[in-house]
Design a protein around this ligand. Structure first.
Ligand SMILES: Cc1cc2nc3c(=O)[nH]c(=O)nc-3n(C[C@H](O)[C@H](O)[C@H](O)COP(=O)(O)OP(=O)(O)OC[C@H]3O[C@@H](n4cnc5c(N)ncnc54)[C@H](O)[C@@H]3O)c2cc1C
Length: 426
């Protein structure tokens, strides 16, 4: 889905409002020697609270918020930005606020614990290879996720620190902070403690398993009862399987089947620890738990002329688009599926068959080891030269998406017409 900046604008507006509230209605303690430093440091601390509370809120994966950001993948991008900005402001806050507000006591110690806690959680995210800190995560995604789960505890300690060191009467600026502190704490508790009672985790069974090549698994899942709400082709979900420690981790995968099918099909590339383990160990008949569906990557909301680019396993949302075609395609589509070697193009035959019965779909399967890399100049030439009215849909490795995004912009595709799914939430 293309980025929708409404959610980001709301966050930025709230940051400015926070600065305004602290500028106009600040607390005025009489026992502070260096009031200016106190005032600036507290304003920065409040902005930090706003950013952190949104980071925690976005981690709850609220589906109703997706349209305001352009999908869950874009919400995670914002989460990364708000968290990093809050982390940097934390240093500024500590450097500016006079250390001797009130007497150095419990509140200050709690502040130090919260600060060290944030450092040990955020630094391994920003720089996963720092030798000492990488031990905390074991340099795995799951280790990092587990460590990340403690962040709210340090947020709560930070809050207790702020009330303990502050003292004095409550003012509008303090009340403004409390709103975001409550948002952050409730979000954290929802993610880590009580969300499981509200989120819809739907039980499925692995009905069939296939290995179309030496690194791909196709998993067919059937709902044990009511299936998840799979609203449109191209959405994704989180799945975990029972009976195996590694497979019980929750991972996101695109639903490569059509919403009308009575089963869910996933197409999974063995690319890391979990996906390789799944390739070797997942068994037919295993139980699965699904959460979703999420995502707004939907070509039907784009203009009439479209270009689709799939790189490697990024084919999955497009498979769903194609499998969903019942009547003639409603858009003129130039579809490029690019893989390195012919044996990787496991769905070539199916795609060619679908393309034959849909004249508006022009599909090209491209082997970069034989034909060289796909270039936007070639795509533009095939599309008639002028791309200013085209909508582009892309899915694949991040470097590929970034390179194509720049090239499409340079070729005249408006930024708002470029839509992509990022296979990365970290
Ligand atoms: C929206 C979305 C749709 C996806 N659809 C597909 C698909 O259809 N087919 C497919 O093969 N892959 C898909 N992926 C990618 C897939 O989720 C990762 O390849 C897989 O989780 C990697 O796990 P690993 O342990 O094998 O690899 P690792 O090498 O351990 O991880 C590689 C990267 O994957 C991400 N990742 C790892 N574990 C998780 C997790 N539990 N939750 C979220 N991200 C994680 C991290 O960014 C990590 O750096 C999708 C990802 C996203 C975000």
């Amino acid at each position: 889905m293309k980025r929708n900046n409404f959610g980001n604008i709301v966050i930025i507006a709230l940051v400015f409002m926070t600065v305004a509230v602290w500028a106009l209605l600040p607390p005025k303690p009489t026992d502070i020697e260096n009031y200016e430093r106190y005032h600036v440091g507290m304003t920065i601390g409040s902005v930090m609270i706003v950013l952190m509370s949104f980071s925690l809120f976005l981690s709850t994966r609220p589906r109703w918020v997706e349209p305001f950001f352009g999908g869950l993948d874009k919400m995670y991008q914002t989460h990364r930005h708000t968290s990093t900005s809050a982390f940097l402001l934390l240093f500024v806050h500590i450097l500016i606020v006079p250390i001797n507000i009130g007497n150095f006591g419990l509140g200050n110690y709690l502040g130090i614990v919260a600060f060290l806690g944030f450092i040990s959680i955020v630094l391994p995210t920003l720089s996963p290879r720092i030798p000492f800190l990488s031990k905390l995560t074991g340099q795995t995604y799951e280790g990092w996720k587990r460590l990340h789960g403690f962040i709210g505890i340090f947020f709560i300690l930070g809050y207790i620190h702020s009330v303990t060191v502050r003292g004095g009467p409550t003012t509008p600026a303090i009340n403004w902070n409390q709103v975001f502190i409550i948002l952050g704490i409730v979000s954290y508790l929802y993610t880590e403690v009580f969300g499981r009672f509200f989120k819809k985790y739907v039980p499925y069974t692995v009905e069939a398993l296939k290995h179309p090549n030496a690194s791909t698994t196709e998993v067919t899942l059937r709902a044990k009862g009511e299936p998840i709400k799979h609203v449109h082709a191209g959405q994704f979900m989180f799945v975990r399987f029972s009976g195996d420690k590694i497979l019980s981790e929750s991972h996101p995968f695109t639903i490569s089947s059509a919403p009308s099918e009575d089963v869910i099909r996933l197409t999974i590339k063995a690319s890391g620890d979990y996906t390789r383990h799944l390739f070797d160990n997942l068994k037919e008949g295993s139980d699965a738990i699904i959460e979703g569906a999420y995502g707004l990557f939907n070509y039907k909301s784009g203009g009439e002329k479209q270009i689709w680019v799939a790189g490697g396993i990024g084919i999955t949302p497009f498979l769903s688009f194609l499998r969903d075609l019942k009547s003639e395609l409603s858009h003129d589509v130039h579809f490029y599926y690019t893989v390195r070697h012919p044996e990787e193009a496991v769905f070539a035959e199916e795609i060619n068959t679908i393309a034959k019965s849909h004249p508006k779909l022009k599909s090209k399967i491209r082997f970069s080891s034989i034909h060289g890399s796909l270039k936007v100049e070639e795509i533009a030439k095939n599309a008639g030269g002028d791309l200013s009215k085209h909508h582009v849909y892309m899915c694949g490795p991040l470097p590929m998406i970034q390179a194509f995004e720049q090239a499409f912009l340079a070729a005249g595709v408006p930024a708002g017409n470029i839509h992509f799914e990022e296979f990365n939430f970290r």
